[in-house]
Design a binder for this molecule. Sequence first.
Ligand code: ZN
Length: 481
Amino acid sequence: MNSHGKWKVVIGLEVHVQLNTKSKLFCGCSNESLGKPNSRCCPICIGLPGSLPLPNKSAIEKSALFGIAVNSKINKSVQFSRKNYFYPDLPKGFQTSQFSLPICEGGEIKYLHDNMEKTVQLTRAHLEEDAGKLIHSVQDSATHIDLNRCGTPLLEIVSEPDLRSASEAKAYLTQLKQQIQYLEISNCDMEKGQLRCDANVSIRKNDSDEFGTRAEIKNVNSFKFVEKAINLEINRQIDILENGGKIKQCTLQYDDKADSISVLRLKEDAHDYRYFPCPDLPPVFIDDKIIKKLNDNCPEKPIEKVKRFQKDYKLSLSDSERICQESNFANYFENLIIKIGDVKKSKNILLGDISKLLKDKNISINELPISIDDISKLLNFQNNGSLSVSNFKKAFILKAESNNPLSTILEKNNLLNDDTHSLADIVIEVADANPSELLRYQSGEEKLKGFFMGQIMRKTQGKANPAELVKLIEALKTHSN
Ligand SMILES: [Zn+2]
């Protein structure tokens, strides 16, 4: 927990998430982040006069699905508005966004922080188009413009100022990202700018109810940096106030290389964006049928899955959180349990050999190059004693590297001990070949166990599984010729 003495910290976050629709928000241009600069734009997304936008149904549904998952009120009539400002990467001079009728109002995200469940209330989540990108080139001392990103759909998720420390902010963002990934509405690749975060930070005296003046840290692209930047800003504000100064409303930027924040611009007045309903876009209606369909398809929340796995599978909180980090990974775990019928073994192989392989190959669970059937077979061999722990690992890796059937791999590399069936046969053969020793053993001479053990080990060239062998020799006590 962060402690800031007599100061109470107040943080609200604005998160921009790029939705993973096929096309952009108001035109048919591709929403993939591929292609040469300015190769994915058309008169609509660069806002040429006379072009007419058409809302993307999938972007609206994905936004509404988010709202349903976080218990927002979904507005049935959604209005797009123009937010007027000029910036070189927004050549049309306005951004189409939502103002008085956003798609989602209210809602909440529950998250775990220091093993405690906390809640952040959401103000709203609205749909808007992104702007282009300016590329400042050192080579030719010029600024280039790439409009490919113009018109890509963003869901802006605004939280209430409910967060009280930088680490709470990080925990909330982690949960929010996980929730979005569970819904499969964005890839949330922060390096590609698919999830960006602005943080509003203010402090006030512990005994004061009045909000302090806030400063906004813009566009931080990793959760670790958000945490660092917020802590720097809290300390900056405490320093100013404790030295008798005043906080000025401002926009800040975080420099991750120098681990420092600096004031980008002071805000003398709040911007007047002169919002007005977009005359080219009539209200979009979201009917009950769509809401019902989205509701029916809304997956379990990640935090609920974590709790369920703890309860149903008796997992520790940390194991459950690890497994539920990705919904596909969590689904795979439940499929493994069904296939193998053993929770502990499923957990061990998933967090052990499987996780290691995914990490080494830098792939996701969906790309795991070994089938659940083959994993189950390998575990069966291990259970009945014919595959040692080290050979299990070998077989697992070999199968992941090869398209040959598992049986061929096991045979070619001589990984299986003689299987239990034939081991049982050998035990009987040895017993039958030594009738007098068998009789003495059966009448109670326990030391003959060692005799049989030695005989069988010789015959199997030491490959018999000792535990299995002891069981089989025990069973000889009731064996009759
Ligand atoms: Zn376009």
